[in-house]
Design a protein around this ligand. Structure first.
Ligand SMILES: Nc1nc2c(ncn2[C@@H]2O[C@H](COP(=O)(O)OP(=O)(O)OP(=O)(O)O)[C@@H](O)[C@H]2O)c(=O)[nH]1
Ligand SMILES: [Mg+2]
Length: 296
């Protein structure tokens, strides 16, 4: 009997903000490594998540949502996402099945991609009645000859295994790009910062989350299965600092507690987390700061 050839490749996850791209990546990996929130533009970096199963290795590339960006940081985010459209083996174009077909956007992405495209219709748990899905699929079929059209719910996990199976089938034969026991090529420090930033996105409103960045300053493995982490939450204004800290420190405490729980689950250790808030005026428009934070 012939041995099954090993398959590997890069698969980008592209779409408008808030359609569920990062939720899908976390679901595929079975672990939370990227921030998810109900606010658009949660993801700021291109983040690789690695799915290895012994016969294949799929490198999924999560990207910031594509939108008409105005601010400097948002333009950098969209540029980063667009570069992930090319030079890959397969593109997952994720759309929200409850929303109208966004024709110009879909056509533009399809024209730019050299790779086969799977259309991933997400949030089908919210499509009622279910028959509506047929007309949604029909609307997209007219726009492009998609290699597959796959309705899923990234949130409930419905049909996600099937999606991964179809992705695997499409990949070329090849060697693994990464060790088979890592979930991402990013350093733990980055993922920890991402999990803290997620809590800011979830717990604060208006412009606050968009003016916030998180930097992990110190990450030390101590005895007795304990990791001590200190991180800085960077904000753009003094008033924002007050909001992040909250009454008698209540908001900062909440952010810290929720982030710590996620980080403990990820690292499989106990975590001592110390958070500081620092004002860096207009950091979202400053080249040096954007570079330092890995956004440009
Ligand atoms: N009902 C439902 N909600 C979902 C599903 N997938 C994601 N969501 C929700 O949609 C919102 C956006 O999810 P994200 O994964 O952050 O979306 P994204 O596409 O990564 O967004 P950006 O990073 O801003 O581009 C969150 O509130 C998710 O919980 C789904 O299958 N069903
Ligand atoms: Mg995202």
């Amino acid at each position: 009997m012939e041995a099954t050839p090993f398959k590997s490749g890069f698969v980008s996850i592209i779409g408008r903000p808030n359609v569920g791209k990062s939720t899908l990546l976390n679901r595929i990996l079975g672990e939370k490594i990227v921030a998810v929130s109900d606010k658009p533009q949660t993801t700021r970096n291109v983040i690789r998540g690695i799915h290895s199963d012994g016969t294949s290795q799929i490198v999924f590339v999560d990207t910031p949502g594509i939108h008409s960006a105005k601010s400097r940081i948002n333009r950098a985010m969209v540029d980063a996402a667009m570069t992930a459209v090319t030079g890959i083996d397969l593109l997952l174009l994720v759309v929200d099945a409850t929303q109208r077909v966004d024709e110009p956007f879909v056509k533009d992405i399809c024209a730019k991609s050299g790779a086969p495209i799977f259309l991933v219709l997400n949030k089908i748990d919210q499509v009622e009645p279910k028959e509506k899905l047929f007309s949604v699929i029909d609307g997209y079929t007219r726009l492009h000859d998609f290699a597959e059209i796959i309705p899923i719910s990234a949130q409930s996990g419905s049909n996600v295994d099937r999606l991964v199976g179809l992705v695997r089938e499409r990949l070329p034969e090849g060697v693994p790009y990464f060790p088979d026991d890592i979930l991402t090529d990013l350093p733990e420090k980055f993922i920890v910062a991402e999990l803290i930033r997620e809590k800011v996105f979830r717990l604060t409103t208006k412009e606050i989350p968009y003016g916030t960045a998180v930097v992990v300053e110190d990450f030390q493995e101590r005895e007795n299965n304990l990791v001590a982490i200190s991180a800085i939450i960077m904000v753009e204004r003094d008033t924002h600092k007050g909001i992040i800290i909250g009454k008698k420190g209540s908001m900062l405490k909440k952010i810290g507690e929720q982030a710590r729980r996620d980080i403990e689950r990820l690292l499989g250790t106990r975590v001592y987390l110390e958070l500081f808030v620092q004002v860096q005026e207009r950091w979202t428009e400053r080249t040096a700061m954007l570079r330092e934070l890995g956004y440009e």
